[in-house]
Ligand binder design. Sequence first.
Ligand code: ADP
Ligand code: MG
Length: 250
Amino acid sequence: MNLDTSRTMPPGCVLSVQDVDKTFTLHLQGAQRLPVLRGLSFDVPRGACVVLGGESGAGKSTVLKMVFGSYGADAGRILLADGDPRDGGVLDLASAAPRRVLAARRETMGYVSQFLRAVPRVPALDVVAEPLVERGVARETARERAAELLERLSIPDRLWALPPATFSGGEQQRVNIARGFVAERPLLLLDEPTASLDARNRGVVIELVRERLARGTGMLAIFHDQDVRDAVGDAIVDVRAFTPEREAAA
Ligand SMILES: Nc1ncnc2c1ncn2[C@@H]1O[C@H](COP(=O)(O)OP(=O)(O)O)[C@@H](O)[C@H]1O
Ligand SMILES: [Mg+2]
């Protein structure tokens, strides 16, 4: 057990990103290196929404993917308050074993990716209910909770039994949001969840975000719309402050 890491999580925070570096190696382009982030550091307090800022290509989605464990970090620590006594209550996602990352995804952090990864033949209702079923909630209970969210997000019930693969972009995005919100977890990662929604559904997402923040969920979010940022953002981390000099393309 490493007690050192637990001492470095700032009090009241669910996530602490400390001195993280990320460089992509472009294997199809002669192993050219693309440094994206250097010395990235910020904290996410419980019950607060931290918004990532910076222009397209700055590295915002890369930050979320590193926290979720989809991309590795080259250096630094990504501390998550997972409450697991085996690691003193704090897991370093930058060095954790894959099965611990999977457990953290199930229990501690949710992620609304930019695009729904549509699984063939699985009905929308079950796509949304799945994170609850994975945590041991009875399937019927999980489906009821999924139905409530789909209804709030104005997905007509005639679509619930159909796989989302053929849904419109906005419908798929709302299914993805419902799936990310269905299980309550201490940390929620949001990658442009409102990018293709109309004003009414943007309003529903703002309500959902506020409800979760009030219950203590910490959020790390990328919002394309300024009105959504203004409505729910507590702090902005501009990733450009952590962008190294880009090496000129050969
Ligand atoms: N898997 C990857 N392999 C190589 N380069 C990547 C990969 N993911 C992102 N990048 C590059 O890293 C930079 C940051 O991308 P991204 O995090 O998606 O930016 P943002 O979300 O701020 O628009 C971009 O130059 C992008 O092309
Ligand atoms: Mg992005």
